[in-house]
Design a protein around this ligand. Structure first.
Ligand SMILES: [Zn+2]
Length: 219
């Protein structure tokens, strides 16, 4: 992805609050708004955005929930989701009855405001007796849309505890966009000051030539 396009994406996202920024980055990767599609499509959009902005393996430091040891985690980019599930509903058997489920979308997640109960309720029609087949629903949704919640199965080398860590792809993508944007702006500032060129002229140069001119600037 060229720096001029990356800076345009950075401009679009910088003023947005976190969740809106995540939607914008997912739409960039998916080439369109994916808020109304099953969540796996939204995550796949973010994974494509990650590849487009040049993200390599995902590297993170995760705290063990049992002993608080810090784990260095590296995830190859090719294990990230590439697509979501086909359109339609899924079903789960609950107390001898078949219950139709609606796969949650990114908008459902926003509306649930962090409440897993409210999110599950959005995926099933109201039950005559008011009951919610919560556990069965959660498992059926996970099977129907495995990309919805990219998670890593981790094991702590210090205490042996096994745990799951959800990957916040939007945060990874935004960190790379910011890093590349700041580097490009610093390079433009250096070359503009040294040679009197404008931003558009500088960004139109191939990256290798820009770097070569930067090395020729007297320090
Ligand atoms: Zn541990």
């Amino acid at each position: 992805m060229e720096d001029s396009a990356l800076l345009a994406l950075w401009d679009d996202c910088a003023a947005l609050p976190g969740r809106s920024r995540a939607h914008r980055l997912a739409a960039f990767g998916a080439d369109g708004d994916v808020r109304e599609r099953a969540l796996g499509h939204w995550q796949a959009g973010l994974a494509t955005a990650w590849r487009r902005v040049g993200g390599g393996p995902l590297e993170a430091v995760v705290d063990c929930p049992a002993c608080a040891a810090e784990l260095q985690v590296t995830v190859p980019a090719d294990v990230l989701p590439t697509t979501g599930p086909p359109a339609g509903t899924t079903a789960v058997e609950w107390r001898g009855e078949v219950v139709e489920l609606h796969l949650p979308t990114a908008r459902d997640v926003d509306d649930a405001s962090g409440s897993a109960q409210r999110l599950l309720a959005a995926c099933t029609a109201a039950r005559p007796d008011g009951s919610q087949p919560t556990e069965a629903v959660a498992e059926a949704l996970q099977r129907a849309d495995p990309a919805a919640l990219p998670a890593l199965e981790l094991s702590c080398p210090e205490c042996g505890c096994g745990f799951e860590e959800v990957v916040d792809l939007a945060a990874f993508v935004w960190a790379v966009v910011q890093h590349r944007a700041h580097a490009a702006l610093a390079q433009v500032a250096t070359l503009a000051a040294a040679y009197g060129w404008g931003e558009a002229e500088i960004l139109a140069l191939p990256p290798g030539r820009r770097a070569a001119y930067e090395r020729l600037v007297p320090s």
